[in-house]
Design a binder for this molecule. Sequence first.
Ligand SMILES: NC(=O)c1ccc[n+]([C@@H]2O[C@H](COP(=O)([O-])OP(=O)(O)OC[C@H]3O[C@@H](n4cnc5c(N)ncnc54)[C@H](OP(=O)(O)O)[C@@H]3O)[C@@H](O)[C@H]2O)c1
Length: 246
Amino acid sequence: MSAFLPLLNKRAIVTGGSRGIGAAIVRKVAEQGAKVAFTYSASPDAAQSLVDELTASGSTVVTLQADSADPAALQAAIRQAVDRLGGLDILANNAGTLAHALLDNFTQADFDRTIAINVRAPFFAMQEAGRHMQSGGRIINVSSNVAVSAAVPGASVYGLSKSALTAMTRSLAHEFAPRGITVNAIQPGPTATDMTAGMEDYIIGRVPAGRMAHASEPAALVAYLAGPDAGFINGAALTIDGAMTA
Ligand SMILES: NC(=O)c1ccc[n+]([C@@H]2O[C@H](COP(=O)([O-])OP(=O)(O)OC[C@H]3O[C@@H](n4cnc5c(N)ncnc54)[C@H](OP(=O)(O)O)[C@@H]3O)[C@@H](O)[C@H]2O)c1
């Protein structure tokens, strides 16, 4: 474990921690000393191998299977995590889905599922987390730079879901600030994960930095926002996209 431990003994929940940016957030906050619970839905093997990796290096990590499309299951998972970790200091709403299709081909089922996972789930996760957090609590929502600028055709519903998440973040910061709790969003640009697999050639040409982000880069921003130096950052939406939307 690293000697840099700004999150020592903090208790964190990460939604969708089995793969991609979520797994990187789990790693980063665990490395910085937090005890972590994370949810997953369809990837139990990936979840278990992350637990094995982190427990081998001395971290406390708990997994909970909960489909973010089911708000009651997600809230129950958060209550279970609070019980098992002994409280809650940090919530990272990371689980998300991307259904990519042009207007004519976009189905109502994909529309509803996108809103359920990308918008409704973080809302009800924040509702439940807010019941357990004390002053000093931190909520970080993983939005996207598509909330700033539409980069690709076919992402209109994804874009509306992330714009909604960023807007919700700003509004809820006002509700949580008097309690000493911050609510911020990060807005990553293209990041190398399963979500963007196969789209690299198309995407990289649109990023001035000439590359995609490594999942550890947005994860480090989440850890910073969760940490002791970020207490006056509240209601912010921090874009991390290699100048793509600058
Ligand atoms: N990759 C990018 O370029 C990029 C850019 C900006 C923002 N983002 C956002 O970053 C977040 C993570 O994206 P990613 O690229 O890491 O995606 P990913 O590689 O597809 O991984 C998605 C993660 O979310 C979990 N998840 C998906 N649906 C879920 C559900 N219904 N219930 C519970 N967990 C669920 C998955 O777990 P299971 O497999 O166990 O279901 C997995 O751990 C998302 O909110 C995404 O919108 C990504």
